[in-house]
Design a protein around this ligand. Structure first.
Ligand SMILES: *[C@@H]1O[C@H](CO)[C@@H](O)[C@H](O)[C@H]1NC(C)=O
Ligand SMILES: *[C@@H]1O[C@H](CO)[C@@H](O)[C@H](O)[C@H]1NC(C)=O
Ligand SMILES: *[C@@H]1O[C@H](CO)[C@@H](O)[C@H](O)[C@H]1NC(C)=O
Length: 511
């Protein structure tokens, strides 16, 4: 998920999925550094350089034309765990190995994610030049020197555990409880249940639950224009990063972003942050301490929506879809959910706050969703020459890319069924989680993973206990909607085809 330095879900959930970043990067390298086009000095100590059909620009063309798939093809064709792609003006190192990924995580200052986030924040958020300078100052996090990126990350982590986490989960569940109650009274009404688009409904429930948990009573996302503005903003990510003039190329995206910025400006002006979660308080405190003006604090919080919501929504969707489209799985999940939540399954019940721990199968399904369909990659910038794993020289100012797919579909780690969806794969003792990159890893692991997981698991558990889903499709089934991989902002694909369903109340089970 994308994040600015103070974002909730930062790290490898970068908005800069490999395609977005490499496209921008390569176009930049291609067009701006033409003077250096005649080749780079290669060292034998570097990872093996793959040959390209067209000299100098062959790989760039491949990446622009085929995006993500180009790396998969190259990895498969050459069978290397790490290799170099020479480009005009520089090189890109591509890694398909969890061992090397771990070495990259350990060298997080030399091989920097923070530098990349800081470099792209201004275009996305529209902060002032002065705030941008503060953000970029020591973005690589040299020890002992002030760094907004590092302090922002620490403040985020500090607010994501213990009582703070508990309070957030509780508030999120309270909000979801109200929506499920509305759904029940709708189902009981004389005209019977109305139909809902399953994707929009999932987005709505989980955005409101998550954002109420984070922002408290003044939650700006209660305004539908702000909630939907975030989706429009997400769709316009590439246009923002491209730096093309908004008036000509990005009217809708720009308008959407500014709607959210205005809502957050009001939020802070009204001091609603004082009633929000510790997370919001901590982040605002760090920004203010670094002298960031209030209107830019609102801009940072606007972009945080990406980190807080955008990957959580498709994860929740696919978890629901996989469970409801498999009757056997649905039955087993229901048994588990009933034991954890009780027959009422009221999210207002205090015991629900900790119920997620008692939902191991549901938890496994959610992890499998994150493993199976991640499109993201870890992207890093090499800040100075570095010898990776004691073997490979990585040159200063190059980029490293670790596509998740290669690691998630590796049969050595995941077994022969690596390419199929196995709901129980993550049950205890069944699998080696070391190679799971769904929440990133190392210092840049997603700080919100416990929070996101608890909300998704508990709300889905209540949903399966209280409702059946009747699809309004021609087949009468929950058809596989296909994957929409067009968003550059997220690592979990959204459903491609949207269809409507009815939520029908289940008869309450006999005790
Ligand atoms: C990455 O490497 C593993 C072996 O370590 C291999 O199974 C997998 O197919 C590779 N990924 C790609 C995309 O080729
Ligand atoms: C911000 O910096 C850019 C270039 O770095 C410059 O073109 C622009 O005029 C600056 N904006 C302000 C308001 O100073
Ligand atoms: C999800 O996984 C299935 C099966 O491997 C594949 O057909 C589909 O393209 C994947 N989608 C994404 C977004 O990775």
């Amino acid at each position: 998920m994308y994040s600015n330095p103070t974002a909730l879900l930062s790290g490898d959930h970068s908005i800069l999925t490999q395609y977005a970043l490499s496209t921008i990067l390569m176009l930049g390298l291609l067009f701006l550094i033409v003077d250096r086009i005649l080749g780079i000095k290669r060292s034998d100590a570097e990872p093996h350089f793959l040959p390209s059909g067209v000299p100098y620009i062959g790989h760039v063309i491949g990446i622009i034309r085929r995006g993500v798939d180009y790396y998969d093809e190259m990895t498969a064709k050459h069978g290397k765990l790490i290799y170099s792609l020479a480009m005009p003006g520089g090189r890109l190192y591509v890694v398909n190995s969890s061992e090397h990924m771990k070495s990259i995580e350990k060298a997080y200052r030399e091989i920097s994610f923070w530098f990349i986030e800081a470099s792209f924040s201004k275009r996305l958020s529209g902060i002032s030049n002065a705030s941008d300078r503060v953000l970029k100052a020591n973005a690589e996090g040299v020890k002992g020197e002030a760094s907004l990126v590092v302090d922002g990350m620490k403040a985020t982590h500090a607010a994501m555990g213990g009582q703070d986490l508990h309070d957030m989960v509780e508030r999120g569940l309270q909000r979801a409880a109200r929506i499920l109650e509305e759904l029940e009274s709708d189902a009981d009404s004389a005209s019977g249940p109305a139909s809902h688009c399953l994707w929009s409904w999932t987005q709505h429930v989980f955005s409101l639950a998550t954002s109420s948990a984070v922002y408290g009573p003044g939650n700006p996302y209660e305004d539908l224009a702000v909630e939907q503005g975030l989706y429009q903003f997400e769709d316009s990510t590439m246009l923002f990063l491209s730096g093309l003039p908004h008036q000509m190329f990005n009217r809708k995206g720009f308008a959407a972003r500014e709607t959210i910025v205005r809502a957050f400006t009001r939020f802070f002006a009204d001091k609603s942050d004082e009633q929000a979660s510790q997370l919001v308080k901590n982040r605002a405190e760090v920004l203010r301490r670094y002298g960031i003006p209030e209107n830019d604090v609102a801009r940072f919080e606007t972009v945080n929506g990406f980190g807080i919501l955008l990957n959580l929504l498709p994860t929740a969707y696919w978890t629901i879809w996989h469970i409801f489209s498999d009757c056997t799985l649905l039955d087993t999940v229901r048994e588990e959910a009933q034991a954890a939540l009780g027959a009422d399954a009221s999210l207002k019940d205090k015991r629900c706050v900790d119920a997620a721990q008692q939902l191991p199968l549901l938890n496994s399904v959610m992890h499998e969703v994150l493993r199976y369909n991640t499109t993201g990659a870890a992207v890093r910038r090499v800040m100075k020459d570095h010898v990776l794993s004691g073997q490979f020289l990585l040159k200063k100012d190059s980029y490293c890319l670790v596509p998740n797919k290669g690691i998630h579909f590796n049969t050595d780690q995941w077994g022969v069924n690596a390419r199929s969806f196995q709901p129980d794969r993550f049950l205890k003792g069944k699998t080696n989680r070391e190679s799971f990159r769904g929440f990133g890893g190392g210092v840049n692991a997603c700080p919100g993973k416990a929070f996101a997981a608890r909300l998704i698991l508990t709300i889905v558990a209540a949903l399966v206990l209280r409702f059946d889903i009747e699809p309004c499709t021609e087949s009468g089934m929950l058809d596989h909607p296909g994957h929409d991989e067009s968003s550059m902002a997220i690592v979990v694909a959204r459903p491609a085809r949207k269809y409507r369903v009815k939520f029908v109340r289940r008869a309450r089970r006999e005790e």
